[in-house]
Design a protein around this ligand. Structure first.
Ligand code: 13P
Length: 326
């Protein structure tokens, strides 16, 4: 098996999932504001060090997605670089490499993700520093008259060019076309937009000769928009999501690691668990940011004396989601 295939399999192995801790400085600062903590390189490192040093985290977590700043920091109070520390725990270090979602064109409320400039060089450097996979997030918004075909195609092209560069640099690309869950749309609209998006993404990946056995797909689940009057229940979400994936995701893809997208911690776990009651072509697991970190962040509250409580909160969510993959 090629190195890429082996890493992709390791990322989505049964019983484990991925911790997304790759918030950009801006996003991390917003999260810290929510708990009244000043966001500095030091406080971000302290918080993330608390997460990563949770005892036994490796039982539930196969990989962690890091942001560039974190990739170059030492674990708090040690001389060990964070990626090396994770490797020593048999957790794969990953790196967010896109540079964010920006207006598709002037005045547009649709977005396109940037980050291709100099990407090959950056990937080579990250691999040398220990990264074994990467992440690029595309954002598709549902609203009045959107998404447009143009937006979906532009984002699919970005994902494919990124994926090709990753594979050329021996990194497994996490391909993340996120259809946002915000809005008043119904689950049917989410289903249609997610179907069209996944279909376009896989067409373009195949045109670029991406080795599908060496990627991990990170999609949204198909659910009712958060402001929709009728909220689909857990069974319906699981059924529609699986139907959508079965129709559009080739079975060569080894695994699907969902984003949580603003669902409550419990909902994200229930939905994953429900889907894993069915037999599927791929391992279905999690690559959650908020749904793994929310309780931990609250417990931490910026205080060193809360490290144990932070870790207990993270481990509780990690364990619950690990069970949901089984
Ligand atoms: P959420 O699980 O908070 O949606 O974040 C996952 C992620 O990595 C988005 O790119």
């Amino acid at each position: 098996m090629s190195e890429l295939h082996a890493i992709a399999q390791q990322m989505v192995q049964k019983g484990k999932g991925i911790l997304a801790a790759d918030e950009s400085t801006g996003t991390c600062t917003k999260r810290f504001e929510g708990i009244g903590v000043e966001s500095t390189a030091h406080s971000r490192c302290a918080y993330r060090s608390a997460l990563f040093t949770s005892p036994g985290l490796e039982e539930y977590i196969s990989g962690v997605i890091l942001y560039d700043e974190t990739f170059r920091q030492n674990v708090a109070h040690t001389d060990t670089l964070i990626p090396q520390y994770l490797q020593s725990k048999d957790i794969l270090p990953g790196i967010k490499v896109d540079t964010g979602a920006h207006p598709l064109e002037e005045g547009s409320n649709e977005k396109n993700t940037t980050g291709l400039d100099g990407l090959g060089e950056r990937l080579g450097e990250y691999y040398a520093l220990g990264a074994r996979f990467a992440k690029w997030r595309s954002v598709i918004t549902i609203g009045e008259g959107i998404p447009s075909e143009k937006c979906i195609l532009a984002n699919a092209n970005g994902l494919a060019q990124y994926a090709l560069l990753c594979q050329q640099h021996h990194l497994v690309p996490i391909v993340e076309p996120e259809v946002l869950m915000d809005g008043t749309h119904s689950i049917d609209t989410s289903f249609d937009v997610t179907s069209y998006t996944l279909n376009t993404v896989f067409n373009v990946l195949q045109e670029h000769n991406i080795d599908l056995q060496g990627i991990v797909l990170k999609p949204n689940m198909v659910l009712s928009g958060y402001d929709c009057e009728h909220q689909a229940n857990v069974e319906e979400v699981a059924q529609r999501t699986l139907e959508c994936l079965t129709n559009h995701v080739p079975s060569d893809v080894p695994g699907i690691a969902f984003l949580s997208g603003g669902q409550s911690d419990e909902d994200a776990t229930f939905h994953l668990s429900e889907m894993n009651k069915s037999d599927t072509n791929w391992n279905l697991t999690f690559s959650y940011g908020r749904a793994l970190q929310q309780p931990a962040l609250k417990a931490w509250a910026g205080k060193e004396e809360n490290v144990h409580a932070t870790q207990a909160a993270l481990l509780e969510r990690a364990k619950a989601n690990s069970s949901a993959t089984l």
